[in-house]
Design a protein around this ligand. Structure first.
Ligand SMILES: *Cc1c(COP(=O)(O)O)cnc(C)c1O
Length: 450
């Protein structure tokens, strides 16, 4: 459903008026109270505006492509529940389905028909998924997938890529580009012994990947990767990179895990299919398949999945796993996506947005690089010099400024210079125009600065 401005509630005064609000959300006292009770005032760090400065926005109501904050300002949303809302906020048919589900009781602690339908739909749509286990988040999915791969292969080491994010499980929060591929914890509180089992490699480096296998091949349980990384901007896999993952895993007896928590169902109905002949052994899903309610899933080849408890010896469980609210929201969302097939118009909107951003930046004399796959996009001010220190610093400084210029003009971008922007099927041509208009002014403000 597409909603124009002013449709969200009575109090939309001051929204979309083009005036810049210096502090973002204009709610310092609420933010102070939030900070008293919650670390950094938030329940997930990136929401805190730490990376961009200023006070975070408090949202009261969302509908379609729009969000309204507690002061009544309206935003075109490009965060979209961090990519979990392919149909936009509060799709009326999803709302209706979840309401009906809630009336029936939502945590049976037993089986429901809906879980079976959901599992069936996932297995029919995602390549290589014979069986699936529903969990409650992407983090749970990747954590369990790694455990399963270790059990299946009887090995301990896991290869991950620095540019990929797989949630906040201990062994997957690593950095390091050492010659021996050793990892450092990317957070306090993780023992070295745990990251000692993770080899951290640069994405798109086939040579490093084959060297890692030559060095540790017999001990590697799995390679885990986002097939199209979306957590460090949008990164496209080099031709042959995913295929070489598959080939090396096969040669050395390791499993290939694709983390499709973002990419699953974002570009087509099912896995991302960017290199359709490269099939993983285990796929992790999340975000879109819950329609915005908490969910995750991991699944794969039958012989592997049969090792999951209670069938096999790999323990995995969850009080809320497969709860009726999340499953209904996900199922309804997926059914609506299947019926409406929004993917070509998402691609179309994505390409208009990309071209428009590039054009307006060029007109303003600001150098940007837009990276995009379908409805997932990122914009970098680093002058195309790669991820190196100076370019990165320039990008961070400019993005900070750009973010607030956009926010003040009613566009909610990720409050982080490294996160992707997401379009939904609820974004209209008018939304895209609004984003582009705001970006033109924002780029002009940035011209010549920093
Ligand atoms: C968001 C994300 C996760 C973690 O999912 P949560 O539901 O936040 O735990 C894992 N992998 C990828 C690729 C993600 O984008």
């Amino acid at each position: 459903m597409r909603q124009g401005p002013g449709n969200l509630g009575e109090n939309t005064t001051g929204s979309m008026d083009g005036k810049r609000v210096p502090d973002g959300g204009m709610t310092p006292s609420l933010y102070l109270e939030a900070c008293r009770y919650m670390p950094g005032g938030v329940n997930s760090p990136v929401r805190s505006f730490r990376a961009v400065g200023g006070n975070p926005v408090f949202i009261r109501r969302c509908q379609g492509s729009r969000m309204i904050d507690v002061t009544g300002r309206e935003y075109v949303d490009l965060v979209m529940g961090w990519g979990s809302l392919l149909l936009g906020h509060a799709h009326p048919e999803v709302v209706e389905a979840v309401k009906l589900a809630l009336e029936r009781g939502w945590n049976t602690g037993a089986l429901t028909e809906e879980e079976v339908r959901m599992a069936g739909l996932l297995c029919e749509s995602v390549s290589g998924m014979d069986m699936v286990r529903l969990v409650n988040s992407g983090t749970e999915a990747t954590m369990s997938a790694v455990r399963l791969a270790r059990a299946f292969t009887g090995r301990d080491k896991v290869i991950k890529f620095e540019e990929c994010y797989h949630g906040h499980a201990d062994g997957l929060l690593t950095t390091g580009h050492a010659a021996d591929f050793s990892s450092r914890p990317a957070t306090l509180g993780v023992p070295l012994t745990i990251v000692g089992e993770t080899l951290t490699l640069p994405f798109n480096d086939i040579e490093a990947l084959s060297r890692a296998f030559e060095q540790y091949g017999q001990r590697i349980a799995a390679v885990i990767a986002e097939p199209i990384p979306g957590n460090a901007g949008v990164i496209l896999p080099r031709a042959g990179f995913l295929a070489s993952m598959r080939e090396l895993c096969d040669r050395w007896g390791a499993l290939l895990i694709f983390d499709e928590v973002i990419t699953g169902f974002r570009f087509r109905f099912g896995d991302c299919g960017i290199e359709s002949d490269v099939k993983p052994d285990i796929v992790c899903l999340g975000k879109i398949i819950g329609g915005g309610l908490p969910v995750g899933a991991f699944g794969g080849r039958r012989e592997i999945m049969e090792m999951v408890s209670p069938l096999g010896g790999v323990f995995q469980a969850g009080t809320f796993s497969g709860n009726l609210a999340s499953v209904t929201s996900g199922l309804k969302t997926l059914e609506l996506i299947k019926d409406s097939d929004p993917y070509s118009s998402l691609e179309q909107n994505g390409s208009v947005l990309q071209a428009g951003l590039e054009e307006r930046a060029a007109e303003a004399g600001v150098k940007v690089r837009v990276s995009r796959y379908g409805s997932m996009l990122s914009l970098s001010f680093s002058d195309g010099q790669g991820g190196g220190g100076e370019g990165r610093e320039r990008h961070f400084l400019k993005y900070k400024r750009f973010f607030h210029e956009m926010l003040g003009r009613g566009v909610y971008l990720p409050p982080s210079p490294v996160e992707s922007w997401f379009l939904s099927a609820a974004h209209s041509e008018e939304d895209i125009n609004r984003i582009l208009e705001a970006s033109g002014e924002a780029f002009r403000k940035l011209r010549g600065e920093i």
